[in-house]
Design a protein around this ligand. Structure first.
Ligand SMILES: Nc1ncnc2c1ncn2[C@@H]1O[C@H](COP(=O)(O)OP(=O)(O)O)[C@@H](O)[C@H]1O
Ligand code: SF4
Ligand SMILES: [Mg+2]
Length: 331
């Protein structure tokens, strides 16, 4: 583990036993997040982005799941953590902002009740309610809520989507987390509110020095907010690089297709939709999972392509780059 590494996901496999067969979704995922880093995770719907985030947060406690590989937090095995260590991590050191803010709040409790619970969880259980409410008021003002008492008295259904998202961001940041997993925050809100809340999240996490794993469809936001990117296809990381590297020169045929599929507001070529679909994970293609859709596919793509490391923090999983590596360390 290099110094400053916060999270290391290594060769992570996630399989579900389903009626139709074994659904092998995550297939050897490896990512690294360093302290304070802002990482983007992009890929079409169904590629396994949320599943990866939920693994990091430990939100997968169903019977039909099998997880292999490792997730390390400051070098410690996350799957081996129990009791208070585990509770301290989950929802405090690592928090998550979900797509739908109203669904993320408990409908039967007021915002005040929920914020007090979060603030108490973050530190002293014995902290008085009034003291927690003072902290909550201050935190809500930081997300430009002028009348925090009105929001605190409200039940989630009484808040607008944008307001609920601000409450969620406040709660996610209340206990100085080291990592915020932001899974398409605000996609259920209208575009302007979504942009506002994303910007707010960006500013606040930067101020707090928290690392962020941002899952987002909006590549413009990713470009603005993130430093490094992972591109995921079919449960596999297919490319890694700095935002600059990937936007200037996407290497993997999937990244090229994905970026080509972004509507270009300034005109030029019409976006080309990526033909075909994300695989059915009960019958995922052998070898490179992208091969049924790849314009460059060749017979050798039916075997698993190697991870080709092209530099520090730069790599691609594709046979086209074999031989171009600086060293063939697997991601
Ligand atoms: N709890 C689960 N049980 C079975 N399959 C799941 C579960 N969670 C996710 N999946 C499957 O994993 C795949 C990836 O899902 P997801 O991580 O939500 O994709 P993304 O966030 O990239 O859109 C989907 O095919 C989904 O059906
Ligand atoms: S390994 Fe083959 S199928 Fe996969 S992206 Fe590269 S060229 Fe295309
Ligand atoms: Mg998702």
């Amino acid at each position: 583990m290099t110094e400053g590494t916060l999270i290391e996901v290594e060769d992570l496999h996630v399989r579900f036993d389903l009626f139709e067969g074994v659904s092998h979704v995550l297939n050897g995922v490896g990512i690294t997040i360093r302290n304070g880093e802002r990482i983007g995770l992009v890929g079409e719907s169904g590629c396994g982005k949320s599943l990866l985030a939920r693994c990091i947060l430990g939100l997968l406690e169903q019977k039909n799941i099998r997880i292999d590989g490792a997730i390390r937090y400051h070098g410690r095995d996350l799957f081996a953590m129990r009791g208070s260590e585990w509770r301290d991590l989950r929802g405090r050191r690592i928090t998550m902002i979900f797509q739908d803010p109203t669904a993320a709040l408990n409908p039967v409790f007021t915002v005040a009740d929920q914020m007090v619970e979060v603030i108490q969880r973050g530190g002293n259980r014995k902290r008085k309610r009034e003291e927690c409410l003072d902290i909550a008021r201050g935190a809500l003002r930081r997300v430009f809520i002028d009348d925090p008492d009105r929001v605190l008295r409200s039940y989630p259904f009484q808040l607008s989507g944008g307001m609920a998202q601000r409450v969620i961001i406040t709660m996610a940041l209340a206990n100085d987390p080291e990592l915020v997993l932001a899974d398409e925050p605000g996609t259920s809100l209208d575009v302007t509110v979504q942009e506002q809340t994303l910007r707010l999240m960006a500013t606040l996490t930067q101020e707090a020095g928290a690392a962020v794993l941002l899952i987002a469809h909006n590549l413009g936001v990713v470009r603005e907010f993130c430093e490094r990117l992972y591109v995921m296809y079919g449960g596999v990381i297919v490319e890694e690089g700095s935002v600059e590297e990937i936007f200037n020169e996407p290497l993997h045929p999937y990244t090229q297709a994905l970026f080509g599929a972004v509507p270009r507001l300034w005109g030029g070529d019409l976006p080309k939709a990526i033909a075909g679909m994300v695989p059915d994970y009960t019958q995922a293609p052998e070898g490179c999972r992208f091969h049924p859709r790849c314009p460059h596919a060749k017979p050798e793509c039916q075997s698993t392509p190697p991870w080709v490391k092209l530099g520090e923090g730069r790599g691609v999983r594709c046979v086209l780059f074999e031989g171009a590596e600086r060293s063939t360390v697997h991601a």
